[in-house]
Design a protein around this ligand. Structure first.
Ligand SMILES: NC(=O)c1ccc[n+]([C@@H]2O[C@H](COP(=O)([O-])OP(=O)(O)OC[C@H]3O[C@@H](n4cnc5c(N)ncnc54)[C@H](OP(=O)(O)O)[C@@H]3O)[C@@H](O)[C@H]2O)c1
Length: 339
């Protein structure tokens, strides 16, 4: 399998991504055991299938080490040139504290060593508390490290529109903001997407499949109990569905998505991914993968052969119109991490 040319986008100079990024939170421990050898085998299979872009973080268990092992295996089996077509975006999620250049550089150096790279393709920065303005020091230090060649690009994750605007206003070079964005959580549509469009910041969407809940497997199923939701991801997004409108309305959404899937000979997950990939400012959707345990590469690749039409969007919107407004209930993107 290979992906068509339009599966890839240049989102910054010398930064070409696969628009369905493969997410690695699923190897961090909260989604069941992962065998490192099988995980790296799976990463090679993703790469060979055209899924060349990885999303991870410093705190996703062994994820950064897996990137290092994957890159070494890729170079050994496919040649050094194969490394040029792959990119891996890690995150730095520090506890608030002094954000001096040595502190920031030490964190970057750890990721460089673990991922076995001379420069990070992109580092995405998260901050827990805007009352503590040391995020400004941290980001200035990151920008200096970019100048020094340790990072190629800088991104953010879970920043709200006001603080993204603050950093953009200081002239800091921000390529992307990674936020929760799905048919359930459409908070980015309130303020974030318009700002990003104006200022050429791409959105990287996560939670687009609600940990797998937005899939055929859950159509017609009774509401799962907490113990039946066996991954951290499923538990996280079930709470989101509860706030959004509850299980009965969610089943109505799944039923409508199934009708669309029938019309397009597709799957609910594929429709849910395409619907978000089509939204303004979205540069890519991240699809979590339990590497070496489960894979959905064909259904994800099918996103690039699918075009939703006006009738499809109207059918989806008719259900969404009856849901609660998560922007009112939670706030802007990422506010759930800062309460
Ligand atoms: N920045 C942040 O704060 C943040 C937060 C959360 C996640 N993320 C990133 O986003 C990534 C995605 O994670 P997520 O938690 O949001 O999960 P998700 O992508 O919404 O869901 C992933 C799960 O969906 C199922 N799935 C995947 N493709 C499918 C398909 N085509 N058909 C049916 N089911 C499919 C799989 O379940 P099974 O494995 O059970 O088959 C998979 O484990 C993470 O790995 C991470 O990189 C970032």
């Amino acid at each position: 399998m290979s992906l068509p040319e339009h599966a890839y986008r240049s989102i910054a100079p010398n930064l070409r991504i696969c628009c369905t990024l493969t997410g690695m939170w699923q190897v961090s421990g909260g989604h069941g055991p992962i065998d490192p050898t099988k995980a790296v085998d799976a990463m090679i299979a993703y790469h060979d299938a055209g899924f060349t872009t990885w999303d991870l973080a410093d705190h996703y268990g062994p994820a950064e080490d897996f990137i290092g092992a994957f890159r070494r295996r890729l170079a050994a089996t496919r040649g050094q040139a194969a490394l040029e077509s792959t990119c891996a975006f890690t995150k730095w999620v520090p506890q608030p504290g002094p954000m001096t250049r040595p502190v920031v550089e030490r964190a970057v150096d750890i990721s460089l060593r673990r991922m076995d790279v001379s420069a990070l393709d992109m580092l995405q920065f998260h901050w827990w508390d805007y009352q503590d303005q040391r995020y400004l020091d941290a980001f200035e230090a990151l920008a200096a490290l970019q100048q020094a060649g340790k990072l190629r690009h800088l991104g953010l994750t879970n920043f709200d529109t006001a603080h993204l605007a603050e950093l953009v206003g200081r002239g800091l070079p921000i390529v992307t903001n990674q936020v929760q964005y799905s048919l359930i959580d459409r908070r980015p549509e309130v303020q974030m997407a318009a700002f990003c469009q104006t200022h050429q910041v791409g959105l990287l969407a996560y939670g687009t499949l609600c940990g797998g809940l937005l899939g055929d497997k859950y159509l017609g199923q009774p509401e799962p109990t907490r113990t039946e939701l066996r991954t951290a991801s499923l538990q996280k997004y079930k709470r989101m569905i509860d706030l959004w409108g509850g299980w009965a309305l969610f089943q109505e959404l799944l039923a409508v998505l199934r009708q669309l899937a029938d019309r397009h000979q597709s799957s609910i997950a594929t429709i849910a991914l395409r619907a978000i990939l089509d939204r303004p400012a979205v540069a890519g959707v991240i699809v979590g993968a339990r590497l070496g345990v489960a894979e959905h590469r064909d259904a994800t690749a099918a996103v690039f052969a699918l075009a939703l039409d006006e009738r499809d969007h109207q059918d989806i919107d008719a259900v969404l119109a009856r849901s609660n407004d998560l922007f009112q209930r939670i706030g802007d993107c990422g506010d759930e991490y800062r309460r």
